[in-house]
Design a protein around this ligand. Structure first.
Ligand code: NAD
Length: 486
C-alpha cells in the first residue's frame, strides 16, 4: 500500500480514487497510488509549518548531519532503490543506478551548506556603519516531480531545501510513487524532527492544493511545459516563489569534422537511452554539409542493434515507455511524421519483445521530415530521432533557435571556433560540445531556457541555495557612546 508520510508518521490516505502503478515491461501491478484530497495537503503543510521554527533555529552544521546520514543510507540501499526505479519506470538497471548516483551527488553538495549559505558583508560603508547580507530559509517549500526520474529529480531540491532550514511537502508522480516510499522509509530512520519532510501522493488535485495553500512559500516543479506554465502562473498569482522546469525538444548539430564513431555512440545513447524519456534526450539530429550520409548510416546501425527489453534482464540497453497510452501516442506521432513525408529508415513501431507484453517501442530513425511538420517541434518523449540536413552552421543554429523549447543543444565538431560560436549563439540552457547528454553535475544549475523553464533560479547547486533562501540585508551602527565602562 502506498502511503503518505506526514508529521513523521506513515498515514493511509482517505482518497476515494487510486491510480494503478504498473511495471511498464511486464504489465504487473505494483501498487495503487492514492489520489490524496486537498485535506491531506493541508495536514502535510501544517505539519511542515509547525516543524519550521525549531528546524530553522537548528544550526546548519547540525542540519547537514542528517544529510551525511542520508547519504550513507542511500549507499547501503543503492541497489534496492535502483531496482525499484526499473520496476516502476522501466529504464534499465544501469540507467537507474546512474540516476541514483546523480541523486546522491546532490546530497553530497548540500552537505556543504555551512559554506554555501554564507552571505557577505562590508565594514564601514559609511563612518562606523557596517552592512551585511544573510541568507534565511523561506519556510514550507513544495516539490512536485515527473515520472521519468523518480529517484533523481526530487533530490535536485530536497537536500538543499532542508539544509537551508526549510521544511518540505513532496509530491512524486502518481505513476512512479514507489521510489520515494523507499527514500522516505530511510529518512524515517534518521530521527529527523517530525514534519521537516512530508510526502503526499496524488495527481492534479494535490498540485493545485499545493499552489493554493497559504503556508507554502515556494514551489519547485519538474514536468511537461504545459503543466509547468500552469504551476508557475497559479503559484505566482498566490504569491509563491516558483521554479518550473518544463519539456524539451533537443537538437544535436553534427559538423563534417566530427569524430563520427564517438559522436554516433553518444548520440544514440542520448536519443534512445531511457527509451527517449529524458528531458535531455536528443530528438533532432541536424547534419551540416557532407556530414549527412555518413552520420545517417552509423546512427541507423546503432538504432537497429540496440537491445530492447526488460530493464532487469542482462544485456538490455533500452526498456519500455511508461504507459500503453504513451506508446500509442509515440506511434501515432511516427505515423503522422510518415504521412507528412518522412521515411522511417529504422522503424520501431509495433515492437515485439518475446516473453513480455510491455509498452515497447524500438528505436526509430526518421529521414526527410519537413521542418514545417508539427512532429518536428512536438516533444515525442520516446526513442525517435529525426535527421535533418542543412548547408552550414548558421542554418543549423537558426534551426536550434527556432523551436519553442530551450533545454539543451549539442554540437559535434573538431573545431574550437565552431564550438565557441555555437556556445555563444544557441539559445538553450544546457550546451554539450561533443557530449550529447549535457546533464549538469550537482554543483551546477540544471539549466533550461525559453519554453523549457519558467522562473529565475534552477534546481541544484548555488541556484538551489539562492532559491531556498531569502536574502536579508542588515545595516548596523553602534555609536561609540554605547561603550559602557565595566
Ligand atoms: P507531467 O507534466 O505530466 O507531470 C508532472 C507532475 O505534474 C506530476 O507530478 C503530475 O502529477 C502533475 N500534473 C500532471 N498534470 C497536471 C495538471 N493538469 N495540473 C496539475 N498538475 C499536474 O510530466 P511527466 O509526464 O510526469 O514527465 C515528463 C515531462 O517532464 C516531459 O515533458 C519532460 O521533458 C519533462 N521533464 C523536464 C525536466 C527538466 O529538467 N526540464 C526533467 C525531467 C522531465
Amino acid at each position: 500500500m502506498i502511503r503518505n508520510y506526514i508529521q513523521g508518521e506513515w498515514r493511509a490516505s482517505s482518497a476515494t480514487e487510486q491510480v494503478r502503478v504498473i511495471n511498464p515491461a511486464t504489465g504487473d501491478e505494483l501498487g495503487l497510488t492514492p489520489l490524496s484530497p486537498a485535506l491531506e495537503v493541508d495536514q502535510a503543510a501544517q505539519a511542515a509549518a509547525r516543524a519550521f521554527p525549531s528546524w530553522r533555529r537548528t544550526p546548519v552544521t547540525e542540519r547537514v548531519q542528517f544529510l551525511f546520514k542520508l547519504k550513507s543510507q542511500l549507499e547501503v540501499h543503492f541497489d534496492d532503490i535502483s531496482r525499484t526505479i526499473t520496476l516502476e519506470c522501466g529504464k534499465t538497471l544501469g540507467e537507474s543506478r546512474g540516476e541514483m548516483r546523480r541523486a546522491i551527488e546532490n546530497v553530497e553538495v548540500a552537505c556543504g551548506m555551512p559554506t554555501l549559505i554564507q552571505g557577505y558583508n562590508s565594514e564601514d560603508i559609511a563612518a562606523g556603519i557596517d552592512e551585511m547580507m544573510v541568507r534565511q530559509p523561506l519556510g514550507v517549500c513544495a516539490i512536485i516531480a515527473p515520472f521519468n526520474f523518480p529517484g533523481m529529480i526530487p533530490f535536485w531540491f530536497l537536500p538543499y531545501a532542508i539544509a537551508c532550514g526549510n521544511t518540505v511537502v513532496m509530491k512524486p508522480s502518481e505513476r512512479v510513487p514507489l521510489t520515494m516510499q523507499k527514500v522516505m522509509a530511510l529518512l524515517d530512520t534518521l530521527s529527523l524532527p517530525a514534519g521537516v519532510v512530508n510526502l503526499v501522493n496524488g495527481g492534479r488535485d494535490v498540485v493545485n492544493a499545493i499552489l493554493d495553500h497559504p503556508v507554502i512559500r515556494a514551489v519547485s516543479f519538474v514536468g511537461s511545459s504545459a503543466v509547468a506554465r500552469h504551476v508557475y502562473a497559479r503559484g505566482a498569482a498566490n504569491g509563491k516563489r516558483c521554479q518550473c522546469q518544463g519539456g524539451a525538444k533537443n537538437p544535436v548539430v553534427v559538423l563534417p569534422d566530427a569524430d563520427f564513431a564517438s559522436a554516433s555512440d553518444v548520440i544514440a545513447d542520448s536519443a534512445f537511452g531511457c527509451a527517449g524519456q529524458r528531458c535531455l534526450a536528443t530528438s533532432l539530429a541536424i547534419t551540416v554539409g557532407d556530414a549527412g550520409s555518413a552520420f545517417s548510416q552509423v546512427i541507423q546501425d546503432k538504432a537497429r542493434t540496440r537491445v530492447t527489453g526488460y530493464g532487469l534482464d542482462d544485456g538490455v540497453q533500452m526498456g519500455p515507455v511508461i504507459t500503453p497510452e504513451s506508446r500509442a501516442r509515440i506511434e501515432s506521432l511516427i505515423d503522422k511524421a510518415v504521412s507528412d513525408g518522412a521515411r522511417p529508415v529504422v522503424d520501431g513501431r509495433r515492437a515485439n519483445i518475446p516473453g513480455y507484453h510491455g509498452n515497447f517501442v524500438k528505436p526509430t530513425v526518421l529521414e526527410g521530415l519537413a521542418y514545417a511538420s508539427e512532429v518536428t517541434s512536438t516533444e515525442i518523449f520516446g526513442p525517435v530521432l529525426s535527421i535533418h540536413h542543412v548547408d552550414d552552421i548558421d542554418a543549423a543554429i537558426a534551426l536550434v533557435n527556432s523551436g519553442e523549447y530551450g533545454n539543451q543543444a549539442c554540437l559535434f565538431t573538431g573545431s574550437g571556433a565552431y564550438a565557441r560560436k555555437f556556445r555563444h549563439e544557441a539559445e538553450v540552457g544546457n550546451i554539450g560540445i561533443n557530449v550529447a547528454v549535457a546533464a549538469p553535475m550537482a554543483f551546477f544549475p540544471f539549466s533550461g531556457a525559453r519554453g523549457s523553464f519558467f522562473g529565475d533560479l534552477h534546481g541544484q547547486g548555488r541556484d538551489a541555495v539562492e532559491f531556498f533562501t531569502q536574502e536579508k540585508v542588515v545595516v548596523e551602527r553602534w555609536p561609540s557612546g554605547s561603550f559602557r565602562r565595566f
